[in-house]
Design a protein around this ligand. Structure first.
Ligand code: SF4
Length: 755
């Protein structure tokens, strides 16, 4: 048993009291989302109603999950917290670093060699601090979480945007940055703006070729990639309860593609069946005991318009299979319209590769339905026209589908089975010929289809569909093939039609697995040492950031005045830099290289005030650091938008930038700066941005009396000898000022555990 039954008992024990307290303060029936959120308030029982879309609320998540690319910095930070063990159950999953090329065995062996030091590090930290470790090949984080840890009514955070997949088992599961994971593992509260609520009422029943994937492809078409921002999507209705638990997982998974905070479903029989099939009958029994608290109050679903900020209704009986893409997951085309849309837009219709699996769609049900089509290839005398690949979501699924003969059937149609890992879904696909950048079409059952996402080729047109539709289109080799109406010519020249897919919600003979790939941590990790080679280029232990010196900051050099959009990608680029995510000094060589310098309109070219020469931003900052001189970054509106990646705040801190002064911040980045002990300031008068000159030296005054709501004074010393004073606002509360003084939020946590 890898899950923590005692923790779930404790959570469920508090549900009735907390939900009744919430109902009292809110003064009306509650949605499921509200029940779960109010049941997880950091403070315990609710004493006030929180305003959706406005109030910031402290929560106490039940679990943390981390994937290997993001876990590195999260755990390097956690190691500084001084705790012996994580404060909440946590897991690490090795899934992002495995390149798909030949087959699962060869690819996995290669990855284990190539990323050995990263895996050894993650394994040893996990062992030491009480974190469950899922080794390479065990599976993809979200599938493994659904199979082992997700539970109805629970709340978890994970360092990956598709953490939301666990909503399929009735959780509120949210993707975060590593710094947030570090806080929760260290025993701190986790802050979130009370989300807005979108209700999706599902009527009717899926049938024939239509799958749960088509529900979210349709929703994405309605809401677009931004439509769910700041909201939780709650699905309900007879269509929701008639669907499998893993199908619900697929729908919640792709909630990330509409920008939703997360998505969820109320507890029902499908969840109970899934819990029992995955060895968690105890959890199902516990959930049965508080069933009424694991779904919305009856009045809510009877009159959804009164309780949700927006309501969408979809009739599953009439829903058509969809293909979304290319290049964006919200461009939804029903299969019956694909022929004309492809012709109208000039999309290549020859399907080169069909790819099924990933964390989004690799349930037993998905694979069994896809295999029912693969079987028809031999039965109907057909030949599969496109290449076909499968990335199973977990070893448990892989082992079970191999046992039941499904992999064998796929292999008979020429399929390649890749490792149980992200592979092609995250661009870790060494696709032969991709470097030629030829225009071509692929169809896959993953979630994202941005340019270059799968194979690095900007001319690959990727379409997202259900695994069954992907299989049918791979057999036909034609994007415009509509299996509901069209026929295929078989080897004998006959016209044959594919029968609609059929499958099993759960394996009739049960799941089985020989080695699921889990390593439980040591009971007492005190004697375990964490392995990091000091000469490593990919990993570096962190040193605590220095505490504030207790004085005003004088003589800061302007590093860059960034012009226009400056997202976390501009501040800390991804792509080839991903491999340095565990090495703060090396990844700092990408600091602000994507930001546009206001004074010369160039990227990665700023004036070094010490030498008078223009050079790359990181090198310029390193020369200020070597000279013991602090610096300041100036930015425009919504500085730091994009991801919650903490590297964007840690890199300037590491290289000696003392303050970031902008017209406005993206909220998460502002918080990340505060957590890392930086000064994040906003112009009191936005037009003062124009007063910042290229050769400015800047003093920040008022720090010894730094207080909430009190502006700081900045003196701009211009190169011509003149100076002017401007005011800068900040949003630091008392606690955040303590983070600044201590040098970082982590330094405060450490004091608590080290002293
Ligand atoms: Fe992310 Fe794709 Fe991996 Fe899922 S399979 S966790 S979406 S990279």
């Amino acid at each position: 048993m890898v899950f923590d039954l005692e923790m779930i008992k404790k959570v469920y024990g508090s549900f009735p009291g907390r939900i009744s307290a919430a109902r009292k303060v809110v003064g009306r029936p509650l949605t499921l989302t509200e029940k779960i959120l109010y049941a997880h308030l950091w403070q315990g029982d609710a004493t006030q109603a929180y305003e959706r879309g406005k109030s910031y609320v402290d929560f106490a998540p039940d679990r943390v999950a981390m994937q290997d690319a993001t876990a590195q910095m999260a755990l390097l930070q956690f190691m500084q917290a001084g705790r012996d063990k994580v404060a909440v159950p946590s897991t690490v999953h090795c899934d992002h670093l495995i390149v798909a090329k030949e087959n699962s065995k060869v690819d996995l062996d290669r990855a284990v060699q190539e990323s050995k030091e990263v895996y050894d590090f993650l394994a040893s930290v996990s062992n030491k601090y009480g974190i469950g470790f899922w080794k390479p090949g065990a599976g993809i984080i979200h599938q493994v979480v659904l199979e082992n840890y997700a539970f109805p009514g629970g709340m978890m955070i994970g360092t990956d945007s598709h953490t939301v997949n666990a909503g399929g088992l009735g959780m509120i599961a949210i993707g975060v940055g590593g710094a947030d994971a570090c806080d929760v593992m260290s025993g701190l509260a986790w802050e979130l703006k009370m989300p807005k609520l979108i209700g999706v009422k599902l009527t009717g029943k899926l049938n024939g070729w239509t799958a749960p994937k088509d529900v979210i492809l349709k929703v994405a078409g309605i809401l677009t990639v931004k439509g769910g921002t700041g909201a939780v999507v709650e699905y309900f209705g007879e269509g929701a309860t008639s669907m499998s638990c893993t199908g619900k997982g697929t729908i919640c998974n792709m909630g990330a593609e509409i920008g939703a905070t997360t998505s969820t479903f109320g507890y029902d029989e499908s969840m109970s069946r899934y819990l029992k099939a995955t060895g968690r009958e105890d959890v199902a029994n516990l959930a049965d005991g508080i069933r009424e608290h694991l779904t919305a109050d009856a009045e809510v679903y009877a009159n959804p318009e009164q309780y949700f900020d927006q309501v969408i209704e979809i009739n599953l009986s009439e829903l058509e299979p969809h293909l979304n893409g290319p290049f964006t997951p919200d461009l939804a085309t029903p299969i019956s319209k694909m022929k004309e849309e492809a012709a109208r837009n000039g999309w290549p219709t020859k399907v080169e590769v069909g790819l099924i699996g990933s964390c989004t769609n690799s349930s037993y049900e998905d694979i069994s339905r896809a295999v029912s089509l693969a079987k028809q290839v031999a039965e109907k005398g057909l030949k599969t026209k496109a290449e076909f690949t499968i990335t199973p979501g977990s070893e448990q699924v892989r082992y079970t589908i191999e046992r039941d003969g499904f992999l064998n059937t796929f292999e008979q149609i020429g399929a390649k089975v890749f490792a149980n890992a992200c592979g092609p879904c995250i661009g870790m696909w060494d696709r032969m010929g991709a470097e030629k950048q030829e225009k071509n079409t692929i169809v896959h059952s993953f979630n994202r289809n941005f340019a270059k996402r799968a194979d690095g080729n900007p001319n690959t047109y990727a379409f997202v569909a259900s695994p069954e539709l992907v299989t049918a289109l791979a057999i036909a080799g034609d994007l415009a093939f509509n299996p509901l109406t069209d026929t295929l010519t078989n080897e004998k020249g006959e016209q044959v039609k594919l029968d609609a897919p059929t499958g099993y919600e759960l394996p009739p003979k049960g799941f089985s697995v020989e080695d699921a790939g889990f390593e439980a941590p040591a009971e007492d990790g005190s004697g375990i040492s964490v392995i990091v080679d000091p000469a490593s280029k990919r990993l570096q232990l962190l040193d605590p950031f220095a505490a504030w010196e207790g004085t005003d900051l004088k003589g800061l050099k302007l590093l860059i005045k960034a012009k226009g959009k400056c997202t976390t990608d501009h501040i800390s680029m991804a792509g080839p830099w991903l491999k340095f995510r565990g090495h703060l000094d090396n990844i700092s060589n990408n600091l602000l290289i994507g930001a546009v310098n206001f004074f010369n309109e160039k990227t990665d070219s700023v004036k070094n005030q010490l030498s008078g020469e223009y050079g790359p931003v990181p090198a310029t900052q390193r020369s200020y650091k070597a000279a013991g001189i602090g610096s300041i970054v100036v930015g425009d509106e919504n500085y730091g938008e994009g991801s919650s990646r903490e590297h964007a705040a840690m890199e300037p801190r590491h290289l000696g930038v003392r303050a970031v002064l902008v017209k406005s911040f993206a909220r998460i980045h502002e918080t990340n700066l505060k957590k890392q002990g930086m000064l994040g300031l906003t112009f009191a008068d936005k037009s003062d941005y124009d007063k910042i000159m290229e050769d400015d030296t800047i003093d920040i005054n008022g720090l010894p009396s730094f207080a909430p709501g009190k502006a700081l004074e900045l003196v701009l010393h211009h190169a011509d000898g003149t100076s002017e004073t401007i005011l800068a606002n900040h949003s630091y509360n008392e606690q955040q000022i303590e983070w600044f003084k201590a040098g970082a939020a982590l330094n405060i946590i450490r004091r608590q555990f080290v002293n």
